[in-house]
Design a protein around this ligand. Structure first.
Ligand SMILES: [Mn+2]
Length: 262
């Protein structure tokens, strides 16, 4: 372990979309190589079987990322995989252990300071948060269109020597309708977990990294690896932070703390 390595008690990542061109696999590989943790949660949409069905796309670096995760599991990191909607085929294996990775539909995580967090992907709330047409738009079309635009833009920025920047994240942050959806999702997921008696919830699915603390309940969304390149982390004292890994070979940690929701 070198000086630049970071060690956490727990790391949550999701919405990686291996097998899709949208996946920022180089940043993910850098993250997986530099960050150490006792427990790693894969919170769904790890492999994008929907994209693979449309077109077989599996570059060597996507295979390397998968191999790195399996390697971590073999080297003592407890890896827990909660499949999402793009890799729902893996839900058939819930309750089993494959290649040292435990598969679950949902999982209860207890933080170092005793908070009980429900970990789930989040797509099961789609029918509440969105109408069927919006579900399709968010699930496929909108993200796909933004991802393509973003890919060309980031190629241009790279050629011109600018660091990586996400168009989709920028647009999403500026659309009030999208913000309403994001808020509705956070509220729906939170109230469901709160009703079940949990102290908080960790999810992914909507590609929006966020930590909200409201009335002693914590909502955490670990973001994605197609736009935000983010992870949720837990320190050895139980503090939860979001980390953004958006600058290759020069990853910067952004601790956004625990802002209070209105
Ligand atoms: Mn999803």
């Amino acid at each position: 372990m070198s000086d630049s390595d970071v060690r956490y008690r727990t790391v949550w990542i999701s919405d990686i979309h291996l097998g899709s061109r949208a996946c920022k696999v180089d940043l993910l590989l850098d993250f997986l190589q530099r960050v150490k943790c006792d427990r790693l949660y894969l919170v769904g949409d790890v492999i994008d079987f929907w994209a693979l069905k449309r077109r077989l796309y599996w570059p060597k670096r996507h295979q390397l990322a998968l191999r790195k995760i399996i390697e971590l599991a073999g080297q003592g990191t407890e890896v827990i995989y909660i499949p999402g909607n793009h890799d729902e085929i893996m839900r058939d294996y819930a309750g089993l252990e494959l290649l040292g990775i435990a598969l679950h539909l949902e999982h209860v995580h207890v933080t170092a300071d005793g908070k009980r967090l429900l970990v789930l992907h989040g797509d099961r709330f789609d029918h509440i948060c969105l109408g069927p047409s919006m579900t399709r738009l968010i699930g496929c079309g909108l993200y796909a269109a933004l991802s393509v635009a973003n890919r060309y833009l980031s190629q241009c920025r790279r050629v011109m020597g600018f660091p990586y920047w996400s168009l989709a994240t920028y647009i999403k942050g500026n659309l009030s309708a999208t913000n309403q959806l994001i808020n509705r999702y956070a509220k729906t997921v939170s109230s469901d977990a709160r009703q079940q008696g949990f102290d908080g919830v960790v999810c992914g699915h909507i590609h929006q990294p966020q930590i909200l603390e409201n009335d002693r309940f914590i909502y955490c969304n670990d973001g994605d690896w197609t736009e935000s390149c983010s992870a949720l982390t837990e320190t050895f004292t139980g503090a939860l932070h979001l980390v953004e890994w958006t600058v290759e070979q020069n990853a910067r940690e952004v601790e956004r703390g625990l802002p209070r929701a209105a």
